[in-house]
Design a binder for this molecule. Structure first.
Ligand code: THG
Length: 366
């Protein structure tokens, strides 16, 4: 494949010098910014993530900050998840929908205060939709992208590494909660969250100038913990069923099709712009939905949707797939029509290397 041109449009992050020095071997583009995809090899990175601790440049998880008297009102307009019980210091995984109930993004929302929120976005230009709503409804709220760059610390030794840099108190941060911690004179939010199933934290690094000092402090403190630079691992996230917006679901899917119905409380999410549309589709239920799919045989790299075929008919598509070293099989995420979505249902996956036998699984692998 041809090289990618790096320019101002393909933004570097505050941690890019560290990522480059660590020998990054590939990037993807996410929110118009560089996201590392591999350091040693996908499989080496995978085993290391599951056994030690990694530091991830996930600055691409850009924050949309809502600030002002109407911040909470605007936040509720964006999502069918009822936010009334959410307290400052909590993170919520929130489907964001348009007026048709189509998914625009699947971010993590952080409530800093009643009048101050961060939306930690997946890969879509959500800022434009949020600014449009704020302006169109004449809301008293400022909407922008602050200089905040998440750095994730993931893996079984994440608590030990974080305690060395931020103190023992980080160990008591609960899942999807965050607290404020000092780093060299700057207060930063630290949450127990991250795009892996191995556990860990996300540090919301405040200020580009603090990026490399923070990166270096973690590597300095973690020498004897075998800390390595890492990144969201394609194999591990498919095993764990972590969805990738733009791959596993798009604007043409509802949260229910994406399997995110458990994060919707549409009935009581008063003010959500997609509420009426979602109430209508939720009544009938979805006719296709995300499923864990096991694929037998070798797996080529998944760069496009692969049709799922049964008795000559298209019954869905695989949108992410990889060979799992630990489960010794092909693991995949797909969207499957209701006639074929029950566990144990078999069909063929049309990969670019030819058809493969596949079966619907009851659950993801972890
Ligand atoms: N962390 C932060 N921002 C992000 C991501 C992240 N923005 C982009 C992207 N990831 C958004 N998508 C997801 C997908 C899954 C999860 C978080 C963000 C996730 N899901 C948990 C799971 O499925 O096990 C469950 C969450 C819950 O129970 O509430 O963590 O990773 N800051």
């Amino acid at each position: 494949m041809a090289e990618l041109l790096y320019s101002r449009r393909v933004r570097a992050t505050p941690f890019t010098p560290g990522v480059e020095a660590a020998g990054v071997k590939g990037y993807t583009v996410y929110n118009r910014m560089r996201l590392p995809t591999v350091f040693r090899s996908l499989v080496e990175d995978y085993h290391h993530l599951k056994s030690a601790v990694q530091v991830w440049d996930v600055a691409v998880e850009r924050q949309i900050e809502l600030r002002g008297p109407d911040a909470a009102k605007l936040m509720q307009m964006l999502t069918p998840r009822d936010l009334r019980g959410m307290l400052p210091g909590q993170c919520y995984y929130v489907p964001i929908v348009d007026e048709t109930g189509g998914m625009l993004n699947d971010p993590v929302a952080l409530k800093l205060a009643e009048d101050r929120w961060w939306i930690s976005i997946a890969d879509s230009d959500l800022l434009l939709w949020v600014k449009g709503l704020a302006y169109g409804f004449r809301l008293d709220v400022l909407v922008d992208e602050p200089d905040i760059s998440p750095l994730a610390v993931q893996g079984p030794l994440a608590d030990d590494l974080m305690a060395r840099v931020f103190g023992e108190a980080v160990r008591s941060i609960k899942f999807f909660r965050f607290g404020w911690f000092d780093f060299q004179g700057t207060s930063m939010a630290i949450a127990r969250s991250g795009y892996s199933k191995q556990g860990g934290f996300e540090i919301y690094c405040d200020g580009t100038e603090n990026g490399m000092p923070l990166w270096n402090a973690l590597f300095e403190a973690g020498k004897d913990l075998d800390v390595h630079a890492g990144c969201p691992n394609a194999i591990e996230r498919i095993e764990g069923g972590l969805l990738s917006y733009g791959n596993d679901m798009t604007r043409h899917n509802t949260p229910h099709e994406a399997g995110l119905g458990k994060f919707c409380s549409t009935q009581t999410a008063i003010g959500c712009v997609g509420r009426d549309a979602l109430l209508r589709v939720a009544k009938e239920g979805p006719i296709q939905q995300v499923r864990a799919i096991e694929i037998l045989g070798d797996i080529p790299s998944c760069t496009d949707a692969w049709p799922l075929m049964a008795a000559g008919k298209r019954v869905g598509q695989v949108t992410s797939a990889a060979s799992s070293p630990d489960f010794k099989t092909g693991v995949a995420i797909g969207m499957v029509r209701m006639t074929h979505w029950d566990p144990g249902t078999a069909f063929d996956v049309m990969t670019p290397d030819g058809p493969r036998d596949a079966v619907v699984k009851e659950n993801f692998w972890i």
